[in-house]
Design a protein around this ligand. Structure first.
Ligand SMILES: *Cc1c(COP(=O)(O)O)cnc(C)c1O
Length: 459
């Protein structure tokens, strides 16, 4: 029998979490207007809202925090950060930013103008927003399998390369200042992209002299999936696979809050000297001097160490196994999820679980509320609350394509018994699914309403 996969760390410092009674949770939820973004973290037992910036840092990262060189210019911490990024990512210019979206803003401010079109397998919401802010258009080109939660595909995050060819023919290469691929495909369910797909995407773009960038937030998780699933990569190290992937690109944007194993930070990379100069000029305007870019020296140290640690294969084996464990546990009890489980999160298909709740009564949000009431678990709706659109003429709401609930797992934070608890709670909610009611929105903002909307349960 193979040995079990265990958490490849021991715990040196602990942070208490607090159980509440169902009655307390009813009151807490009421005060938050049914929106989990307003629930104080001290009232949450297991927080699966996001994997972003929620990682536990290692002893070595904390030691780096103490060594951080806080010199304004040319601090030693910048050089250890830059050299690590160059070593793993291979790009010439490394520009630190306070998080991923700052890298995006600077990239699109230098490369995009109104009327431009930027394709991606699936744009993350901040990526899309920063492109649209420039007056350009963000186009998603996922493979068709992405739209079917139950369908299996080893690389369900892939970009639709035929769609890319058609787009280039339709709008013309000069309208496309760059093309992107997001690894793993976050908005598409944390699904990986194959090396073959990255390579083909790059070739298509290169034929038209269009620069190619990676949104690299979960590059290590993606590289691990390539090792396990793509022919020819089983014997390669994850580090070499990551390097190969980056060698195909002209640059990347990165949020160190994901596979940087840090609580804050990001960076922008490019091989283009002229662009790098413009980007640094913008960086000084809004982020800071090019050797710190909105971060403290200690943050740069934490990221440099985190980027090394995230490539440890025993870490990645545990990481991907723990997501798979949660996903398979749900599938085993007939709770419908996006298949196969992704790299950082499991997505429950709320519409399939709660078929009696119509989309205009937000089955995803109803489930999020039940998970909190049941067990103090915080998840997030990714469905019509987040992506529903208003019809311009009638004002009627056009629902999102999918009604999902995301359970994002913070890195190195929870143990298997926490995950067992989450599983048990979800199964208990699923058993009484017929009695779960939908919700209505009683208050909402015109943009990004999911952050601030208030909900009430339908009668
Ligand atoms: C988180 C994320 C970003 C933005 O990074 P922030 O650090 O949150 O600004 C961009 N792209 C993807 C795929 C992400 O997951």
């Amino acid at each position: 029998m193979p040995m079990p996969i265990i958490e490849p760390f021991r715990i040196k410092m602990v942070e208490p979490i607090r159980m509440t009674t169902r009655q307390e949770r009813e009151r807490i939820l009421d005060q938050a207007g049914g929106n989990l973004f307003f629930v104080h973290s001290r009232d949450v037992l297991i927080d699966l809202l996001t994997d972003s910036g929620t990682s536990a840092m290692s002893a070595e990262q904390w030691a780096g925090m103490m060594r951080g060189d806080e010199a304004y210019a040319c601090s030693q911490s910048y050089y250890s950060f830059r050299d690590t990024v160059r070593d793993i990512f291979g790009f010439k210019h490394v520009i630190p930013t306070h998080q991923g979206r700052a890298a995006e803003r600077i990239l699109f401010a230098t490369m995009c103008d109104s009327g431009h079109v930027v394709p991606n397998n699936t744009h993350f919401d901040t990526t899309r927003a920063n492109i649209e802010y420039r007056g350009a258009q963000a186009i998603d080109l996922p493979i068709p399998e992405t739209l079917h939660p139950g369908k299996h595909h080893p690389f369900k995050g892939n970009l639709d390369t035929n769609g890319l060819r058609e787009l280039i023919t339709r709008v013309g290469a000069r309208t496309i200042p760059l093309g992107m691929v997001t690894v793993t495909n976050n908005s598409g369910g944390g699904q990986p992209v194959s090396m073959a797909n990255v390579s083909e995407t790059r070739d298509i773009l290169a034929q038209h002299s269009i620069p190619f960038y990676l949104d690299a937030c979960r590059f290590a998780e993606n590289a691990y999936f390539i090792k396990r699933r793509e022919p020819g990569y089983a014997e390669k190290s994850v580090r070499d696979i990551a390097r190969e992937m980056f060698s195909l690109a002209d640059g990347c944007t990165m949020s160190a809050k994901k596979d940087g194993l840090a609580n804050i930070g990001g960076f922008l990379c490019t091989n283009d000297d002229r662009l790098a100069q413009q980007e640094r000029d913008l960086l000084i305007l809004t982020e800071g001097f090019p050797t710190y870019g909105g971060l403290a020296g200690r943050d740069l140290e934490a990221i440099a160490t985190g980027l090394q640690e995230v490539l440890h294969e025993d870490y990645l084996e545990y990481r991907i196994a723990s997501i798979r464990y949660l996903g398979n546990g749900l599938l085993g009890a007939d709770v419908p999820i996006v298949q196969p489980p992704g790299g950082h999160a499991v997505y429950i298909d709320a519409r399939a679980l709660l078929p009696h709740i119509p989309q205009n009564q937000y089955p995803g949000q109803a489930l999020v509320i039940e998970l909190f009431l049941e067990a103090g678990i915080r998840a997030v709706e990714i469905g019509s609350v987040m992506f529903g659109k208003k019809d311009r003429e009638t004002g009627a709401e056009i629902p999102a394509r999918l009604e999902l609930v995301r359970l994002a797992v913070p890195r190195r934070v929870y143990t298997q018994s926490h995950i067992d608890y989450v599983l048990e709670a979800i199964l208990s909610v699923a058993r009484r699914r017929d009695r779960i009611r939908g919700v209505k929105i009683v208050e909402e903002a015109p943009f990004l309403r999911h952050f601030t909307a208030k909900f009430a349960r339908c009668d």
